[in-house]
Design a protein around this ligand. Structure first.
Ligand code: 5RP
Length: 223
């Protein structure tokens, strides 16, 4: 049983004719994109935008109509994965490095549904390193600022090169340990020059669909 597929396909049941849809990024969102593609081939009429170049390519391969952002004034629904989520539906995202585009798309959606297998559900966020997108200019100083707030930042690399996001930026993976106050940390990070955004998603997800090992799905709603 593929728990990511289970959660993703349940979420796609919320996609209806005429909707404007945000397509997430990652191995869970992959299953949602695949399923949406299947439904489009069966006649579902939607307009979509993607949260990464990888998801854009995948959507094209699956025949999902992608619309330029300028032609849409918002979205009805975004379906995306997460690296961690808590019971209040606060999220850590950005394991795949797409957090900035994902956050912009989720912010402009009437609803965001998070899809995940049950391993992503945690009591407190913070075991997964928090991705922070930083601009390359003076990144050494931004990393030093992050170090000063005990972030223990590590510049993300990929095959011996610095990882570069779709936006031309770097990712600092930060290890704060257990995060007691995600909203406060989010504000602190956004106030830091050189930081573009971070993987904390606060108050964006309305619903989470969790694939369970016993083959069921749990739907969590934001309180
Ligand atoms: O935030 C993301 C990409 O930036 C992903 O949604 C997150 O990393 C979860 O990925 P996966 O579904 O592969 O576990």
């Amino acid at each position: 049983m593929n728990l990511k597929q289970l959660a993703a396909e349940k979420a796609v049941e919320y996609v209806k004719d005429g909707m404007r849809i945000g397509l997430g990024t990652g191995s869970t969102a992959y299953w949602a994109i695949r399923k949406i593609g299947e439904r489009v081939r069966e006649g579902l009429e939607i307009q979509a935008v993607a949260t990464s170049k990888a998801s854009e390519k995948l959507a094209q391969e699956h025949g999902i109509p992608l619309i330029p952002f300028a032609k849409l004034d918002g979205l009805d629904l975004t379906i995306d994965g997460a690296d961690e989520l808590d019971s209040e539906l606060h999220l850590i995202k950005g394991g795949g490095g797409a957090l900035l585009r994902e956050k912009i798309v989720a912010f402009h959606s009437k609803e965001m549904i998070v899809i995940a297998d049950e391993s992503k559900l945690v009591d407190k966020l913070g075991s997964f390193p928090l991705p922070v997108e930083i601009i390359p200019f003076a990144n050494e100083w931004t990393l030093a600022s992050l170090d000063e707030i005990s972030a223990n930042p590590m510049l993300r690399t990929e095959e011996d090169h610095i990882f570069v996001t779709d936006n031309g930026n770097y990712i600092a993976d930060c290890r704060f340990g257990s995060i007691d106050n995600p909203a406060e940390l989010h504000r602190k990070l956004l106030a830091m020059p050189g930081v573009v955004d971070n993987g904390l998603f606060i108050g964006l997800a309305a619903r989470a669909i969790i694939g369970r090992k016993d083959g069921t799905v749990t739907v969590l709603e934001r309180k």
